[in-house]
Structure formats: structure tokens, C-alpha cells
Design a protein around this ligand. Structure first.
Ligand code: ADP
Length: 622
């Protein structure tokens, strides 16, 4: 039990620590507001008691007026301050969702690529987001609890301070009997017993109410995820054309309707919660009555005056309230830990990739370095984590800086996987990849990655300005961006961009943003690869939207563009890579041939010859 409590507290503290690093404003202002809201009622209780004591003791009128004025002033000042702080709390809450999403995207960026490609990872993240958005669980819940917990703790401290004298004030003239018992330290016991009873009763009630909530909300979150998927499909204009042409709307709508759970979940939650809340207030009521009787008996027997009677009753009822809230919050926090565990399991997803420390530059660029790169695949085989079949088998390949290499092969022959291993998105299952004779695992991961500029098949441009897209940065060198765009063949189109490099792509952020064709997008993606100025450039069939002639043009032009860089071209269209002297042919995960176009095509038994004749047929007929 203690172990579990310790684990729970550690989890909650870790949650708050993370919230603090993401946005400490949230915590600061919430605590501040909680303290402000506590001050006002307690000063009122204290000063009212003083006024009543003053009246009873016949204190001067001016003194009493002073107390009254002070009460009003403090109330007024606190309400003004609370309003100002509430503005801060609201402002922090408005940015909260986005700040957390930004944090999670950094988690995704740094996670092992294998996890990122796993659909289960996305489902897990989705569940976390939906639990937060739909029901406020996870970090959101911790944030909402800050105020309640601080308020409850401060209230308990203030109540105990104000009522300490209740227990020491002695009933005069009674040493034994029932009234004498009020003076004995044993008088605490029934009150303590009641308090402990209340703690346990409320805790167990809250736990049961939280269980109902957790169960129901889980269903709700799952349904919510499906709804937004269907909603997205129907709303996205990219799918709009297909939905119209294939009359897919009824299919989507029917599937959507089928997933809808009858909305009893909310009724169940409300019913359970209100039932438990009623029992909770009964328990609180018994506690209150007992304490009132205790105070009333002591006051009646002359242990203290009427002023203190007001003070104690006011403070005690707040104390009972605070305790109830505090234990309510504690149990709710425990229920929320199930979500926190899910979040931390996501954040802590293990990264089993060996992270070396060897700096890449020192090997190659710096003084004393040989300024040459040589990459070697040495008997590399690879299997995707969730797959039994090898995507690559016994690859042996070497290429040097400044060389051009084309990788060709049918779809599914392993070309993209080869690039993923080259860029170390995955590590080989067997064998090793060497950079200048050293296993690439031994290099600093980020530095190694920075050697590569890749244009993937499914590259994405952003709804930012053209210049920012090419530079992949907010600030950029306009001359260099322009030069890269011209080199990539985008020069003419650039002349017609209404705001030049400042023109927004697409219309997501700017109504004047331009829609670009697939071919234009590819040129921009090429320009981005050039701008990065990395020693290796890889084109992984980025030209799928171009016709074979245009694709061939891009590839042959790219040959000039890459200057002295090492370039790897990947294509399943052999005509595009014809210009390249070094063509590597992949088939079924293996390198089956290597050489120039002329030598490869001459081998009539080779895969290349088959592919070439099969593809050439179409071009000839065209
Ligand atoms: P290519 O680029 O030549 O079309 P790929 O390298 O994409 O081929 O694929 C090689 C093989 O690996 C294929 O059989 C493909 O189905 C499989 N594969 C690709 N990506 C994954 C993945 N993420 N998980 C499991 N198998 C994959």
C-alpha cells in the first residue's frame, strides 16, 4: 500500500515537473489564484469574530468600524486581484493545448524511427490526446487540480491555526463527568475518529465514482477518435473529388453511424457522480454537526466567548470542506494516474539504437581529415521489426564521394529500405554500414544524419512561404534560395509568383497563397535538398508526378546541380537513370547487377534487360 502510494506520488510529481518545464506560467498563476481565493473567506471569518467579541466586550465604536472597514477593503482588494490573476490563468489556458502538442511533437521527432513508423504508436498518441480533449484527463487534469489542492491545503493550515485554541480552551469548574471530559485530551479521539472515518468514506466513494468515470470515458475517447477520422474524410477537400466520383459518402456515413455508442455514457457518469456526491455531503454533514456540538458545548460552559464561537464554527466548517475536497482531489488524482502512466510510457518509449559520439566533421572536413567520404554496405541484411521477411539480403556496396549512383528495381525490391538504412533511420539486422571504414553507429547520430539531404517519394511541402520552404527555416538567404530554385528548374515559375519568395504555398495561412502543381512541388523539394548543402543527396523517386521525359530531364539536370556532391538516384523507371555510369539493380532485396546502362542492358539474362525491354515497349508505342 505504501509502495503504491509512493509510486502514485512520484508519478504525480513527475507530471507536475514536466508541466513546469513546458509552461511554468500555468502552475504559477494557478497557485496564486488558489491562495487569493483562500485569503478572503478566512479574513472575513477572523474579522467578524473580532467584531462580535468587540461588541460583547464593549469595545469603542471606532475600533469596531475599523474592523468592518478592513473586512470590506480586503474583500474588495482580493476580488480585484483575483480578477487580474484570472486573466493570466485564462491566457495560459488558451495556449496550453498547443504548447503540449508542440512538446509531444518533439517527443515524436526524437523517438526511434521504428516506433514512428508503427501505427500502434500513433494510436497510442491519439488515445492520449483524446483522453485529454474529451474528458480533461492526463496533464490537463493535473493542471485543473493545482487550484483545488493548493486551496484545500491552505484552508486546512489556516483552519487548524485559527482553531488551535478551541482544543486548549478549558471549560471552567469541571474536572470530571461529561463536561470535564471536554477538557481532557481524550476529547480529541471521537473527533479524530470521525475525521478518519470521513477520509476513508470519502476516498472509497470517490474511487468508485472515478472508476465509473474512467470506464465510461474510455469508450467515449475511442468513439471520439473514430468520429474525427470520419469527419476528416468527409471534410477534407483533398478527398472531396474521390468521394463525389465514387459516391463514397453513404459508405462513410453508414460506417460512422455504426460506431456511435448510445450516449448513455454521460448519463451513467452523471448518475454515479451525483449519487456519490450526495453520500459525500451526508458524511460531511455528520462531521460538521459533531464539531458544532463540541464547540457549542464548550462555549455554553464558558470556555470561550461568542466571538470565538463564530471563529471556530466558521473555520471548522471550512476545514471539513477542505478535507473533503482534498481527499476527493487526491483520489481523483489517483484515477488520473492511469492516464499519466500511459503518457509516460509513450514518452519513455525505449530507443534501442546505439548512439555513438564520434564527430563526423573531424573524420572528413577538418584539418588532418582526408576530406573524403566512402560509404560501404558490408553484408547488410535487414528485416522490418514487425516482419518475418527480409527486405534486404546480403547487400555489399561501396561508393565514394563525388560519385553518382542510380538504384533501380521493381516496386518492393528494397530501394527505399536501402536509403532508410543509409540515413540510419534503421540499423541493419545483420552486417554493418561503414563511413570511412568506421561503423556508422559510432558516429554522433545527429551529425551523421546531417550528411544527407533526401527528397523522399512522398515529400511534403509546408503551407509557409516559398523561401521558408526551400530553406526549411524562418530566416533564409534569399539569393541562395533563388539560386537553388533556378537550378531546380523553378526559375520561370518564380518570376510569376505574386510575392516572389514571400509567396505562400497553398491557402492554409494566406488567402493569396498559390496552389502549385505536382511537378512544381517536386522542383521546390529539389531546391530544398540543394539548399541544405549536405555532402550526400538522395532522390527517392521524387518525380512520380512527372511524365517519364520530364523525370529524365530532372535526373539528368540534377547531375549538374549536385556538383561535387555524392548523389544517389532511385527510380523504377530505368530511362531516368540511363545517364548514370553506376547503376545498381535491386531485386527481391538483393543487389543482382551493377554497371553502366550499356553493359547492363547487354546482359540478356539479367533483370535489368527484362525491366528495360518491358518499360521501353510503352515508350515506343507512345
Ligand atoms: P521499393 O522502394 O523498392 O519499392 P521498399 O524498400 O519500400 O521497396 O520495400 C521493400 C520491402 O519491404 C517490401 O516487401 C515492403 O513491403 C517491405 N516494407 C517496406 N516498408 C516496410 C515497413 N515499414 N514495415 C514492414 N515492411 C516494409
Amino acid at each position: 500500500m505504501l509502495k503504491e502510494l509512493k509510486k502514485d506520488i512520484q508519478l504525480i510529481l513527475r507530471g507536475y515537473k514536466l508541466i513546469w518545464t513546458i509552461d511554468n506560467n500555468l502552475i504559477i498563476w494557478d497557485i496564486f489564484r488558489a491562495l487569493l481565493t483562500v485569503v478572503s473567506p478566512y479574513t472575513t471569518i477572523y474579522l467578524s469574530a473580532r467584531i462580535i467579541s468587540g461588541i460583547a466586550a464593549g469595545e469603542p465604536f471606532r475600533q469596531l468600524m475599523f474592523y468592518a472597514a478592513l473586512t470590506i477593503f480586503i474583500q474588495f482588494a482580493m476580488s480585484l486581484l483575483t480578477r487580474a490573476v484570472t486573466r493570466k490563468v485564462n491566457a495560459a489556458n488558451q495556449t496550453r493545448h498547443d504548447l503540449f502538442e508542440i512538446y509531444f511533437s518533439s517527443v515524436n521527432r526524437n523517438m526511434q524511427y521504428e516506433h514512428l513508423e508503427n501505427p500502434e504508436t500513433h494510436l497510442r498518441k491519439d488515445r492520449i490526446t483524446r483522453a485529454a480533449d474529451a474528458s480533461g484527463f492526463g496533464f490537463t487534469y493535473l493542471i485543473f487540480q493545482i487550484e483545488g489542492c493548493v486551496n484545500a491545503i491552505a484552508s486546512v493550515i489556516l483552519s487548524v491555526t485559527l482553531t488551535a485554541s478551541l482544543f486548549t480552551a478549558r471549560v471552567p469548574g469541571h474536572t470530571d463527568g461529561l463536561w470535564g471530559f471536554l477538557n481532557s485530551p481524550w476529547a480529541f479521539l471521537p473527533i479524530l475518529g470521525l475525521l478518519i472515518f470521513q477520509i476513508f468514506a470519502v476516498s472509497s466513494l470517490n474511487r468508485r465514482s472515478a472508476d465509473v468515470f474512467y470506464r465510461e470515458i474510455k469508450n467515449f475517447a475511442d468513439q471520439n477518435r473514430l468520429s474525427s477520422y470520419y469527419h476528416g474524410m468527409l471534410e477534407e477537400y483533398e478527398t472531396g473529388a474521390e468521394i463525389r466520383l465514387f459516391h463514397e459518402a453513404p459508405l462513410i456515413e453508414k460506417s460512422w453511424l455504426k460506431t456511435l455508442i448510445h450516449p448513455t455514457y454521460l448519463q451513467n457518469v452523471i448518475r454515479a457522480q451525483s449519487r456519490f456526491a450526495r453520500i459525500r455531503s451526508c458524511v460531511g454533514f455528520v462531521m460538521n454537526i459533531s464539531l458544532y456540538l463540541f464547540i457549542a458545548a464548550k462555549a455554553y460552559l464558558g470556555a470561550f466567548g461568542i466571538g470565538n464561537f463564530v471563529l471556530y464554527t466558521g473555520a471548522i466548517s471550512r476545514f471539513v470542506n477542505a478535507m473533503t475536497n482534498f481527499f476527493g482531489n487526491a483520489v481523483d488524482l489517483k484515477a488520473n494516474n492511469a492516464y499519466l502512466e500511459e503518457i509516460f510510457a509513450y514518452i519513455d518509449m525505449p530507443n534501442s539504437m546505439y548512439q555513438g559520439t564520434l564527430p563526423v566533421e573531424k573524420r572528413a572536413f577538418c584539418e588532418g581529415g582526408d576530406n573524403e567520404y566512402e560509404i560501404e554496405f558490408r553484408d547488410v541484411s535487414f528485416r522490418y521489426p514487425a516482419s518475418d521477411a527480409y527486405a534486404l539480403r546480403h547487400i555489399n556496396l561501396k561508393f565514394r564521394i563525388g560519385e553518382r549512383m542510380a538504384v533501380v528495381g521493381k516496386n518492393g525490391s528494397g530501394k527505399t529500405t536501402f536509403i532508410k538504412l543509409l540515413c540510419r533511420l534503421y540499423d541493419p539486422t545483420e552486417g554493418e554500414i561503414l563511413l570511412n571504414g568506421i561503423d556508422i553507429k559510432k558516429y554522433n547520430y545527429a551529425e551523421y544524419m546531417s550528411l544527407f539531404s533526401v527528397v523522399f517519394q512522398d515529400f511534403k511541402l509546408l503551407s509557409f512561404s516559398l523561401g521558408q520552404n526551400v530553406a526549411a527555416a524562418v530566416q533564409y538567404d534569399p539569393e541562395r534560395v533563388e539560386a537553388c530554385l533556378r537550378e531546380a528548374g523553378f526559375g520561370d515559375r518564380l518570376e510569376h509568383m505574386p510575392d516572389g519568395l514571400e509567396t505562400y504555398l497553398y491557402k492554409s495561412f494566406d488567402e493569396k497563397g498559390v496552389e502549385i502543381s505536382g511537378g512544381e512541388a517536386q522542383k521546390i523539394a529539389l531546391a530544398r535538398a540543394l539548399y541544405k548543402d549536405a555532402p550526400f543527396i538522395v532522390l527517392d523517386e521524387p518525380t512520380a508526378a512527372l511524365d517519364p521525359v520530364a523525370e529524365s530531364e530532372v535526373y539528368s539536370k540534377f547531375n549538374e546541380m549536385v556538383h561535387d556532391k555524392t548523389a544517389v538516384y532511385i527510380s523504377h523507371r530505368l530511362s531516368s537513370c540511363r545517364f548514370c555510369d553506376d547503376i545498381v539493380v535491386f531485386d527481391n532485396g538483393q543487389v543482382v547487377q551493377r554497371g553502366s546502362h550499356d553493359t547492363l542492358v547487354a546482359d540478356q539474362n539479367g533483370v535489368y534487360h527484362d525491366l528495360w525491354t518491358a518499360q521501353a515497349q510503352y515508350y515506343v508505342t507512345e
